[in-house]
Design a protein around this ligand. Structure first.
Ligand code: IMP
Ligand code: MG
Length: 170
């Protein structure tokens, strides 16, 4: 079942990019959290170009989930950014904000190195929050269901779907 279509996501990405551009960040550094946000980040930075911003782009590989649909609560950096972030205005991009543990961990790690951190997520499941964290930019509020596609996986599959969908029975 399709929850957010490819065209709805594309329209929303352009709105998000315009909202981000309106903040007039200085020499923005976008950090995409792998693996889940790679497709969203790729589309969002191209929408940023259309909105008139030229960000620098980095990746950080963080894992919080096991292979199933339940958060383990354990978060770790598997591969770090390769550039210094001290004094930088950083926009951290993730696919989905659920408990908030992944983003809180990444935000705190980058803040500890002297970055000023904002957060942009494609999806927000506010009903599942376990931390006080909120995103600065949110694509869509998502129902409390397990979703896949557009970079989000179920046990490493479905990332290639061009839309966000629900997995039957989940
Ligand atoms: P949090 O740390 O609980 O906020 O979870 C965020 C991470 O869990 C995301 O980066 C996703 O990789 C994963 N996640 C949370 N909900 C879903 C979902 O519905 N489908 C696929 N992955 C999810
Ligand atoms: Mg995942």
């Amino acid at each position: 079942e399709i929850l957010f279509s490819a065209s709805a996501i594309a329209r929303r990405n352009l709105e998000l990019a315009k909202d981000i551009a309106a903040r007039d960040y200085n020499d923005l550094l976008v950090i995409s959290i792998l693996k889940g946000s790679f497709i969203f980040a790729a589309d969002l930075i191209r929408a940023m170009h259309d909105a008139g911003i030229s960000p620098e782009v980095e990746f950080i590989f963080i894992s919080s989930y096991g292979a199933g649909t339940e958060s383990s609560g354990r978060v770790a950096i598997n591969r770090d950014v390769t550039e210094g972030v001290a004094g930088r205005q950083v926009l951290l991009i993730d696919d989905i904000l659920e408990s908030g543990r992944t983003l809180a961990f990444a935000r705190d790690a980058l803040r500890a190195r002297g970055a000023e951190v904002r957060i942009c997520v494609l999806l927000d499941k506010p009903g599942k929050r376990k931390t006080a964290l909120e995103a600065d930019f949110t694509g869509f509020v998502c129902p409390d269901r397990f979703v896949v596609g557009y970079g989000l996986d179920y046990a490493h599959y479905y990332r290639e779907l061009p839309y966000i969908g629900l997995v039957e029975g989940r």
